[in-house]
Design a protein around this ligand. Structure first.
Ligand SMILES: Cc1cc2nc3c(=O)[nH]c(=O)nc-3n(C[C@H](O)[C@H](O)[C@H](O)COP(=O)(O)OP(=O)(O)OC[C@H]3O[C@@H](n4cnc5c(N)ncnc54)[C@H](O)[C@@H]3O)c2cc1C
Length: 297
């Protein structure tokens, strides 16, 4: 691949579409296009105006996979996939010509479209995570009740009880968080208003699945790491969730920026909750009352 790849940084996109009469001509590379090998069309996000910010200068196109110039250079396999069945394509767009109708939405709207689509997608990933985590917890509990070792069932051992309690609490927290965020999406019908909580869900998601699957795997002993139970696949899936649709670190940054919008710096060096200043203010506010009470002692 000759071009740098942008990953989660839209300002690094270099793949271009240039207007040519009634057509657009696309040139560049895309890495990690999920399921491109079996898709009949691709959604391609490209720069259409390099003179404005990436947030206004990118557009999306629907490109049929059999358009001349679309070349899948390699299908990259995720861990566990067979080498010849990789599901994530490295694609070269080499003078790919599409008609004006191939533009999705308006020119320059790619970022807005992506955010809307990805917001819903992330909540969908979160719901799948709840299902997978629940399955791991169910399997952990069944195993704990079934396996006898060193004089008692696993479910009688405090370490294992701790695994179960932590997993139950983590899943309950996550389930309510996802439910709340989905409710917000319905209520506002505006992803910008729910951006902070969608990002927070995306941040938490890999850890919830990783932790619960890992504990379930441990409780199953050697069987837990075999291909006869699903735990290692879940752990790998958790790692994937920390990257696909943007790395956890980027989503944490989004959460922090959105949270900080509701706060203001103090005027001086002391925190607004600094107790000496609050005491002084309270004394000034209640001075008459204190004087009256003290005077009447
Ligand atoms: C299973 C899967 C499916 C995918 N499907 C698609 C798809 O269909 N279409 C598509 O376009 N892309 C897809 N992607 C790509 C995905 O969006 C990128 O992998 C992701 O955005 C990260 O980009 P990158 O891999 O280039 O990592 P990099 O950008 O190189 O980041 C590597 C690491 O650097 C750190 N990092 C990066 N940025 C920051 C930051 N701002 N602050 C702090 N730390 C940071 C993080 O630890 C991050 O994991 C898919 C990825 C996966 C794993």
């Amino acid at each position: 691949m000759t071009e740098p790849h942008a990953g989660a940084d839209p300002t690094m996109f270099t793949t271009r579409a240039v207007r040519d009469g009634d057509d657009w001509v696309i040139n560049g590379w895309k890495f990690f296009s999920s399921n491109a090998a079996t898709a009949s069309f691709l959604i391609v996000m490209v720069v259409t105006n390099p003179d404005v910010s990436a947030y206004q200068g990118m557009s999306m196109f629907l490109v049929p996979t059999d358009t001349p110039g679309v070349k899948i250079e390699r299908n990259v396999g995720l861990y566990g996939e067979r080498a010849d069945q990789g599901s994530h394509a490295l694609i070269h767009y080499d003078n790919v010509r599409v008609p004006a109708e191939a533009l999705l939405g308006g020119e320059g709207q790619a970022f807005a479209i992506a955010q809307t689509r990805l917001g819903g997608g992330r909540i969908h990933h979160a719901m799948r995570t709840i299902g997978l985590s629940r399955k791991a917890l169910d399997m952990m509990c069944e195993r704990a009740l079934s396996r006898q070792t060193q004089g008692s069932r696993l479910s009688d051992k405090q370490f294992v009880q701790g695994y179960i309690a932590d997993s139950y609490a983590q899943l309950l927290q996550f389930r309510l968080m996802v439910l709340y965020t989905a409710w917000e999406i319905d209520k506002y019908n505006d992803y910008k208003k729910v951006r902070k909580d969608i990002a927070a869900v995306k941040v938490v998601m890999p850890t919830v699945l990783h932790d619960i699957a890992w504990r379930a795997m441990q409780v199953h002993g050697a069987l837990g790491v075999t291909n006869e139970v699903p735990f290692l696949g879940m752990v790998t899936g958790a790692a994937v969730m920390g990257l696909a649709d943007g790395p956890t670190e980027v989503h944490k940054t989004t959460v922090a920026k959105q949270v900080l919008r509701d706060y203001r710096p103090t005027d001086g060096i002391w925190p607004s909750e600094w107790i000496p200043a609050k005491r002084e203010a309270a004394q000034a506010k209640y001075a008459d009352f204190i004087e009256h009470e003290v005077g009447n002692l």
